[in-house]
Write a protein that binds this ligand. Structure first.
Ligand SMILES: N[C@@H](CCC(=O)N[C@@H](CS)C(=O)NCC(=O)O)C(=O)O
Length: 190
């Protein structure tokens, strides 16, 4: 059986967890506490950068959440989470990359300020402004549909939708984005 090393508080591993559940794939979960478990020598053996998630399928070990999502999509074709239409597929990929490349560093910056690791009000403000730029872009992409790709749940919704709900607790309210706010309120973070 597949084994997923993860923690629901990690947005990076949460996307894999949700994809496994959506695809109804049986898996065993190992919760990795990020206050030190990730440095245990037996964990670093399977995750050289001490990151979650890690997927283990027999003797096949995979790190990097998007690579894991690719593996699950290719191996388990039931409940596909990627469209085949060229524009839809590229849109899903775009939302994933904007989430990972634009939004994720913002979350890191906001968390660091809130936890008091850094105190740089100017950078904090820049991060908030950038968060609003991303949210505005996503809200526009949703248009009149419940999902990024019309009425179809895809990886775009899973990848963006497991990160956006953290924003209000980090000082970025979603009030200006009614569609994103509605979806986020359906998400239980822990
Ligand atoms: N690019 C990686 C990022 C993984 C990542 O940064 N995971 C964080 C949790 S969200 C982690 O394991 N941090 C623990 C550490 O760096 O020690 C992915 O998408 O899988």
């Amino acid at each position: 059986m597949l084994k997923l090393y993860h923690n629901p508080i990690s947005a990076n591993s949460r996307r894999v967890w949700v994809a496994l559940l959506e695809k109804d794939i049986p898996f065993e979960q190992v919760i990795v506490k990020l206050d030190g478990d990730q440095f245990a020598p037996e964990f670093v053996e399977i995750s050289p950068f001490h990151h979650i998630p890690v997927l283990v399928d027999g003797d096949f070990i995979l790190v990097e959440s998007l690579a894991i999502l690719d593996y699950l999509e290719a191996k388990y074709s039931q409940t596909p989470l990627l469209p085949t239409d060229a524009k839809a597929l590229a849109t899903v990929r775009m939302v994933e990359m904007v989430t990972v490349n634009e939004l994720s560093p913002i979350l890191t910056r906001l968390s660091s300020e809130i936890m008091g690791f850094t105190k740089e009000p100017e950078k904090l403000e820049q991060a908030k402004q950038k968060a609003h730029k991303v949210l505005n872009f996503f809200e526009g992409l949703l248009g009149g549909h419940p999902y990024f790709i019309s009425n179809c749940l895809t990886r775009a919704d899973i990848v963006a939708g497991t990160m956006i709900p953290w924003l209000p607790s980090l000082g970025v309210p979603l009030d200006e984005y009614p569609k994103l706010k509605y979806c986020s309120e359906l998400t239980q973070l822990i």
